[in-house]
Design a protein around this ligand. Structure first.
Ligand SMILES: [Zn+2]
Ligand SMILES: [Zn+2]
Length: 268
C-alpha cells in the first residue's frame, strides 16, 4: 500500500499567501519541500482523502487525474479539507458525466452540507461514523474520533489492505481515552500525523506542536499500537509553527519522526 502526500500544509498553506512570516518568506525564496499546499492524500492512486482548494494544482503538479479515483473520503468539514465547490467539476456541465462516478464517504454533517449545495445532483453519499469500519474494494477503513471539531464527528483514518495498515491522523488534537482505548486493538505499520504548530506553543487542544506530536507517537509506541520501526511522517504544517523543512528534520529526528513534504510517497 502506497500513500502519496498531495499536500502537507495547514489551513493557509506555506507560504501563507497573506503573510510575511519568516517561514513563508523562506519558502517563497527557496521553493521545493518548503512549499506546502493544503493537506490531502492519495492511497494507491485511487483512494482519495479530502478535497482541499489546492486539488487541481496538486493533481497537475504530480501528473495525476481524478478519473483514477475509486472513492473520496472526507476527514472533517474545515475548509482546508472540504472544499464543497470542487465536487461539481466531476459532473455535467463541466464534464459529460451525468453522475458522480465515485462514492463519497463522510460524516453526517458533511453529507448534509453536500446535499444542501447539490440538492439534485446524482451522487452516492455514504455516512461514516467514528469506530465503525467500512469496506471498499480491497481496503478496510476505520474512522477514529479526532479531538478537533466539537460540532461534528471529525475523523482520523485507519486504512488496511492485505494485512498492512496505515493511520492518517491529521487535525487530531490529543485523543480522548475512548480513542486511545480503541487503538489498542491495532498494529499500525505507518503513521502520518499532524504537526501543525511546529515549535510554537499551542494552547488549542485541537492541534499538535512538536512536543505534543512526539508525546502522542511515544504513547502509540508504548501501548503497541504502532509497530516497532514503523515510519512516522508529519503533515499539516502551519507557517506559524516557525520551522522550515530543514529545521523540522533536525527537531523531529530525536523522536524518530520524519517531516513529510508535498509529493512524498510512503509504502507499507
Ligand atoms: Zn486542517
Ligand atoms: Zn481542521
Amino acid at each position: 500500500m502506497t500513500i502519496r502526500l498531495l499536500g502537507t500544509g495547514a489551513a493557509d498553506g506555506i507560504p501563507a499567501f497573506y503573510s510575511n512570516s519568516r517561514v513563508s518568506e523562506y519558502a517563497r525564496l527557496k521553493g521545493g519541500k518548503d512549499v506546502r499546499t493544503r493537506s490531502a492524500a492519495l492511497i494507491d492512486g485511487c483512494v482519495k482523502i479530502d478535497l482541499p482548494p489546492d486539488t487541481a494544482m496538486q493533481l497537475n503538479r504530480d501528473g495525476l487525474s481524478a478519473m483514477d479515483w475509486a472513492c473520496l473520503i472526507f476527514t472533517h468539514g474545515h475548509d482546508d479539507h472540504f472544499d464543497v465547490n470542487q465536487i461539481q467539476y466531476a459532473m455535467h456541465p463541466f464534464t459529460d458525466k451525468e453522475f458522480l462516478e465515485f462514492p463519497i464517504y463522510a460524516n453526517g454533517t458533511i453529507i448534509e452540507r453536500i446535499r444542501e449545495r447539490y440538492p439534485s445532483w446524482p451522487m452516492e453519499l455514504v455516512e461514516t461514523k467514528s469506530f465503525n469500519c467500512f469496506y471498499l474494494c480491497k481496503y478496510r477503513v476505520t474512522p477514529i474520533r479526532a479531538r478537533h471539531k466539537e460540532d461534528e464527528d471529525a475523523h482520523n483514518l485507519i486504512i488496511e489492505r492485505d494485512g498492512r495498515s496505515l493511520l492518517y491522523a491529521l487535525d487530531t488534537g490529543i485523543w480522548t481515552p475512548e480513542t486511545w482505548e480503541f487503538l489498542k486493538d491495532f498494529n499500525i505499520d505507518a503513521l502520518i500525523i499532524e504537526c501543525t504548530d511546529g515549535r510554537a506553543e499551542c494552547d488549542y487542544d485541537g492541534h499538535l506542536n512538536i512536543k505534543k506530536c512526539a508525546e502522542m507517537v511515544e504513547r502509540l509506541r508504548e501501548q503497541g499500537t504502532l509497530r516497532a520501526g514503523a515510519p512516522v511522517i508529519t503533515s499539516h504544517h502551519s507557517h506559524k509553527g516557525d520551522a522550515t523543512h530543514e529545521e523540522l528534520i533536525q527537531l523531529l529526528a530525536p523522536h524518530g519522526i520524519t517531516p513529510g513534504y508535498d509529493g512524498m510517497e510512503v509504502t507499507v
